[in-house]
Write a protein that binds this ligand. Structure first.
Ligand code: GAL
Length: 331
């Protein structure tokens, strides 16, 4: 049995986050609000439960976040069959993605931890040995900054993200009373399997516009795009001229989270299939218990080289470097 560790980071505001080397997972995020200590992340009670659930709670996702259609890619005329783990498609890096690996703790201090992982050549079908580092830093102004570095020995697609689910009310209710803003003019329509079904569409199509703060419950099932996925489960192409990618506000308006990122896109997923996922309190979550805001490349990007974003392929000699920052503001 491999030994798993829990690492706690603390800042001068009394904020505290917990992480684990298993999946380089973000386990907990507690902020003080007057006398209250509020947990802002969904999570399980035990490691066994983390290993059983398939919601990817707080995990680091890799080698390739989101879906790759038919679990296959072609690179420089060579065909690679990847492990399929959702029908014929690959989701979140395959059967044994980075979320299910025990990472090495490279360094650890009061406000930072760095995890590393070596993904061998052929891992889940991907070419090249990929060396990855994921660092979590908690700053004194309540920012959680995640940075990913990677290098490869052969050209491979790379799309690393974190799969935290937020409930800024402290799990007193589902997140449908939260308001969300996403600075994006385009989104990707998907089919019932989450595979892009068309090219990028303007957010005004099918009522997918989140450019102003909007209640998640607002017309949730009224849009044909959201009906297919049972809620939001869509990638938005971020407007890079806007400094903040997304803003999430709790139902009671006491907590605002601002998300900034170097990534071109953001997957908005309202926890449409969360039901039965074990929670921290001897029970299970219901659908919509949390919302995941996953900064990443657009889904299935290896098959769509003409989409307006930088390439998701990493070449030998290049360094992959991406950042996601969540700042928690108490009102
Ligand atoms: C999300 C994805 C959802 C679902 C979830 C894991 O990133 O968009 O469709 O697969 O992960 O349960």
């Amino acid at each position: 049995m491999s030994v798993k560790h829990i690492i706690t980071l603390r800042n001068r505001q009394g904020m505290q986050i917990k992480l684990s080397d298993w999946g380089a997972t973000w386990l907990s995020c507690v902020v003080p609000i007057a006398e209250e200590k509020r947990e802002l992340l969904l999570g399980c009670q035990t490691f066994e439960q983390y290993q059983q659930q398939d919601a990817y709670l707080g995990a680091t996702i890799g080698r390739y976040a989101n879906r790759i259609a038919n679990a296959e890619i072609d690179i420089a005329g060579k065909h690679y069959q990847l492990t399929a783990n959702q029908g014929v498609n690959q989701l979140h890096g395959g059967k044994l993605g980075f979320d299910k690996q025990l990472w090495k703790i490279e360094s650890q201090s009061e406000q930072q931890v760095i995890f590393s992982l070596i993904s061998p050549d052929g891992d889940q079908g991907y070419p090249g040995e990929l060396k990855v580092a994921a660092s979590y830093t908690l700053t004194d102004d309540n920012q959680v900054i995640i940075e990913y570095h990677a290098n490869t020995t052969k050209c491979t697609p790379v799309n690393l993200t974190n799969h935290a689910y937020f409930n800024l009310d402290g799990e007193t209710n589902n997140v449908l009373g939260h308001s969300l803003k996403v600075n994006a003019n385009y989104y990707l329509p998907v089919d019932a399997n989450g595979i892009p079904s068309n090219d990028l569409l303007n957010v005004t199509e099918d009522d997918m516009d989140l450019r102003q703060l909007r209640l998640l419950s607002d017309n949730l099932f009224g849009s044909s795009a959201r009906k297919i996925t049972g809620g939001y489960d869509h990638a938005y192409l971020l407007d890079s001229s806007k400094p903040v990618a997304a803003q999430l506000v709790s139902s009671d308006k006491k907590v605002t989270m601002n998300l900034t990122t170097s990534y071109p896109a953001l997957q908005v997923y309202t926890g449409n299939f969360l039901t039965h996922t074990p929670n921290r309190h001897n029970g299970v979550y219901a659908n919509f218990a949390g919302v995941a805001l996953e900064a990443q490349f657009l889904p299935d990007s290896p098959h769509h080289p003409t989409w307006p974003q930088s390439s998701c392929f990493l070449e030998p000699g290049q360094t992959y470097l991406q950042q996601i920052c969540y700042q928690f503001c108490i009102n």
